[in-house]
Design a protein. Structure first.
Length: 450
């Protein structure tokens, strides 16, 4: 009995000791678990604050420029009333209004708005592609997000790159015309000619053109509609948007689609005096044996005939691009109400170049139009010599050494369409693109103030 009692006491003591230490260990474990939880929660909150701070600083630093252009342009009621007398046409080597009054068109391109160009727009593509094109941007966005969401990103970009405030600015600067580069994908799903929507009033391409023509009319500007990118591609250059392909001239299907689009445009704007001219095809580049057999001139002729069936009034522009020697003799072309155009880059003696085109205009009895240039000396001499012109271009995403832009961004992150999430692309293509956040390029604008 004594042994059992002693044994019982020992067992009781052992159980008590085990219970005590178990509770102590459990409490310590619980305390440690709670501490870990608190540490994890604290770290999570800290990480969230760091991320929030990073995003806030990123948005502020990269999307809200310091300084910039702070001028405000407020919209007003309709400023200009247009009539049939404002419709422009060609009279010998001059452009005239309905009453016979001569007008010299002088303005700027809205480059990068309806057809992005990688070097001047906030877009980044694959590192393996040297000259990224807008077609590749659309293809990647559609593959990643689907057609509808890709269109919403494009819509956000276009809504913010050019606004009514910009059209007002351009008029205040002293321009009387804007050249609007567009391409077939603004209207169509593919190069096969499928409309994004058959309802032309709801088609995004026509909605954009309707809007810019309305704004131009409001502020007293003429509009040149420029097909900057043709189905199949009119050159392998990135500015055509066509992923380094030039198949327009070798495939009649693409020419059919191009004609379909130009006819739809001409039908819609027939009789609209705000529209100055149709620029049939931008910077088409292809080898040719002669002027007569040049594929570009054959396409010009085909498009002109198709347009004239529905619109006999508007002027039509054909481009020799770097030289007018690529175009047929005006008197032998069979074309009427036509302007000959060139694009001029990299010329040192600007005065002599302008003088040669003034002489060409007088000799061949046809208006000459310098559709693109970046050296603002061209503006000076075009004014002096009465040559029609539009500079390239209104705005860009960076400062350039030359006088390329009227406005440029001092900081703007490009949307990486291959990697950025949807929300970030939309942020980069949102409100931060507006010109009011950009810097005035005095080197360019000073010429307009002379």
């Amino acid at each position: 009995m004594a042994l059992s009692k002693e044994t019982g006491i020992k067992e009781t003591a052992s159980l008590w000791t085990i219970s005590y230490f178990s509770k102590t260990v459990s409490k310590e474990v619980l305390d440690m678990t709670q501490k870990k939880r608190r540490i994890i929660i604290s770290l999570s909150v800290l990480c969230a604050l760091v991320i929030f701070t990073f995003l806030t600083v990123t948005v502020w630093f990269h999307y809200i420029p310091v300084g910039g252009n702070t001028n405000s342009f407020f919209t007003e009621d309709k400023l200009v009333q247009w009539t049939a007398e404002d419709m422009l046409s060609v009279s010998e080597n001059r452009i005239v209004k309905g009453n016979g009054e001569e007008i010299i068109l002088s303005g700027v391109n809205l480059g990068g708005w309806l057809l992005q160009e990688y070097w001047m727009c906030p877009v980044k593509g694959s590192d393996t592609v040297e000259f990224w094109t807008y077609l590749e941007t659309l293809q990647v966005l559609e593959e990643r997000f689907g057609f509808e969401d890709a269109q919403k990103l494009v819509e956000s970009y276009e809504d913010n790159w050019i606004t009514e405030e910009d059209i007002h600015r351009i008029a205040e600067i002293g321009c009387n015309v804007i050249r609007v580069p567009f391409w077939y994908r603004n209207f169509m799903k593919d190069s096969g000619g499928r409309w994004i929507t058959e309802d032309m009033d709801d088609n995004p391409g026509f909605k954009r053109l309707d809007w810019v023509i309305e704004m131009a009319e409001k502020y007293g500007l003429y509009v040149i509609l420029d097909m900057h990118g043709c189905p199949g591609g009119q050159s392998t250059d990135h500015c055509a948007g066509s992923a380094r392909k030039c198949e327009l001239f070798s495939d009649s299907l693409y020419q059919d689609v191009m004609e379909k689009l130009w006819v739809a445009i001409a039908q819609r704007y027939q009789g609209n005096p705000t529209v100055a001219a149709y620029d049939i095809m931008n910077e088409a580049l292809i080898a040719a044996d002669s002027v007569e057999t040049d594929p570009r001139n054959l396409v010009y002729d085909r498009m002109m005939k198709a347009i004239r069936k529905v619109d006999s009034e508007h002027m039509i522009i054909v481009e020799g691009i770097w030289t007018l020697d690529a175009l047929p003799e005006p008197a032998e072309s069979g074309w009427s109400n036509v302007i000959y155009a060139v694009h001029l880059y990299g010329h040192e003696d600007v005065e002599t170049v302008c003088s040669s085109y003034r002489d060409y205009s007088e000799k061949h009895n046809i208006p000459v139009y310098i559709g693109e240039y970046s050296d603002m000396e061209f503006l000076k001499y075009c004014r002096e010599m009465g040559i029609n012109s539009t500079s390239w271009t209104y705005k860009g995403n960076q400062k350039m050494e030359d006088t390329w832009f009227m406005y440029y961004a001092d900081r703007m992150l490009a949307a990486n369409v291959c990697q950025d999430p949807y929300w970030l692309i939309k942020l980069k293509w949102g409100n931060c693109l507006k010109t009011k956040y950009m810097i005035e390029n005095d080197a360019t604008l000073s010429y307009w103030k002379q």
